[in-house]
Ligand binder design. Structure first.
Ligand code: PLP
Length: 357
């Protein structure tokens, strides 16, 4: 599991740190970035040596392909600090595999494992003071790749930048979330790029999500593009339904992102004797379960919020509210997962990855 990082990383330290000007008690998600970032260029068929440099703007040619054709992919992961000041990541090899899977689909060259782990670990060691102790505090890590080659010919670029930026995060209460099941717009199609964290997947959701917001909903649950009869996932979260005492979630495929939180929650649920079924989820089944008061919970899963409970949904103009549960699966599973992430509970799955001094 552990990759003993070995690529030498060139580090240019920031002359001063911003850390003392940051209010760690009042962080807006993804708003403030740490003092350094990782940059690695691709040119002449090779990824060069990764570098760590002071965080700041980069210069690109206005014709750089990323601006015109959206050749860009990203990842989202976190680092945690335990009570003994040790730094941990959660299944980071899964993020590397996934960004490379996303890259492949977008005709972007894959990034080497040794460079990824060496650069990421150096960066985290340098930014250690930004990873605050305490359950719920974390450092959100955003690796991404962009096509930097100049020229507007619609073809894959020959030059790229792989970068990693980091933003301190706090577990936050998102307020009550009510969702709309999509009846018209689609997020992804068969044979498309839905499984990839490709930039355009997210930009394309903003307009329909704005319409949902105007109608009083915070998010959309996307349905399949062909029939809109099956529930697939949310904008940046996979989605689980609890009918009576069984958890149901859709299988991943080329339209649905293979979330690391999703598969970890499935494994944890199984280990805690919670009945789970991975199957296509008909809207009809969820609506009928809600009408029969058998629909107990809906929640989203993803790195940023871990688990995000949903209070209600609407479909074809009809609205449904979910019960307030004392002992929800959402809070049980969120707590169990976070206790592994923060090195409190034993890690029977081998998910934790220590960033050693
Ligand atoms: C990132 C993402 C998820 C969640 O993935 P995690 O690995 O759990 O963070 C789910 N759906 C979409 C569309 C995503 O972009």
């Amino acid at each position: 599991m552990r990759n003993d990082a070995s690529v030498k990383i060139d580090i240019e330290k920031a002359p001063t740190s911003k850390i003392n000007s940051v209010d760690f008690e009042n962080l807006t998600f993804g708003h403030i970035f740490t003092d350094h970032m990782m940059v690695c260029d691709y040119d002449n068929g090779n990824w060069k040596a990764p570098k760590i440099v002071p965080y700041g703007p980069i210069q690109l040619d206005p014709s750089a392909k990323v601006f015109h054709y959206g050749q860009a992919v990203f990842e989202g992961m976190k680092a945690y600090c335990d009570d003994n000041d040790k730094i941990w990541m959660f299944r980071p090899e899964e993020n590397l595999q996934r960004i490379n899977k996303s890259s492949k689909r977008m005709a972007i060259p894959e990034f080497p494992e040794e460079s990824f782990f060496s650069a990421l670990e150096e960066l985290l060691k340098l930014e250690k003071d930004w990873i605050k102790k305490g359950f719920g505090n974390s450092l959100y890590i955003r690796p991404f790749v962009i096509a930097t080659e100049a020229g507007v010919l619609a073809s894959p670029a020959s030059q790229y930048k792989f970068m990693i930026i980091c933003s301190p995060a706090k577990s936050y209460y998102t307020g009550e979330v009510r969702v709309q099941f999509s009846e018209h717009y689609s997020r992804a199609a068969d044979g498309g790029v839905g499984f990839a964290k490709a930039a355009g997947n997210y930009g394309a959701q903003f307009y329909p999500t704005n319409l949902a917001k105007e109608a009083g909903f915070q998010q959309i649950i996307w349905t399949d593009a062909n029939s809109h009869e099956y529930l697939e996932e949310a904008g940046t979260m996979n989605i689980f339904f609890r009918i009576k005492d069984k958890l149901i979630t859709a299988p991943t495929n080329d339209r649905i992102l293979d979330g690391i939180t999703r598969k970890s929650i499935l494994a944890l649920a199984e280990a805690n004797n919670i009945d789970c079924e991975v199957k296509r989820v008909p809207v009809k089944e969820i609506v009928e379960a809600a009408k029969a008061s058998e629909l107990k919970e809906i929640f989203g899963t993803g790195t940023a919020a871990v688990i995000n409970p949903i209070q209600g949904f609407s479909y074809k103009g009809e609205s449904f509210e979910l019960p307030q549960l004392e002992n929800s699966y959402a809070s049980l599973l969120k707590n169990k997962l976070m206790r592994i992430q923060y090195n409190i509970d034993e890690d029977i799955f081998g998910w934790r990855y220590e960033v050693k001094e």
